[in-house]
Design a protein around this ligand. Structure first.
Ligand code: ZN
Length: 99
């Protein structure tokens, strides 16, 4: 048995949680953003992904950088965490057309 007790069971269905990569949708006021390859713990029963604190913080930063964006659906890769945590390789967003 590995993992912390609070991460061990799915709050929705009680299934076992396993680490993996997930595509996680986020609903923003002006867009739906799909972030791919997010490190998450995923329920083996209902496949609901859960992100942990550091990953969630990173996603919030990413979503904040998209605030002014006018787009209905965006698909973004999750930024790699291998580099320094303070480095913010999310600036691809600036390449998106913003009106
Ligand atoms: Zn579940």
């Amino acid at each position: 048995m590995t993992g912390k007790p609070e991460n061990d069971r799915c709050p929705l269905c009680g299934g076992r949680l396993k680490p993996g990569l997930a595509t996680v949708p986020f609903l923003l006021p002006n867009a739906t953003v799909l972030i791919k390859n997010v490190p998450a713990i995923i329920c083996s029963s209902c496949h609901e992904p859960y992100t942990t604190g550091k990953v969630t913080d990173r996603i919030i930063d990413l979503l904040n950088s998209l605030r002014g964006l006018q787009a209905e659906v965006l698909v973004l890769p999750y930024p790699e965490l291998k580099s320094a945590p303070t480095l913010m390789p999310v600036m691809e967003a600036h390449a998106w057309p913003v009106t």
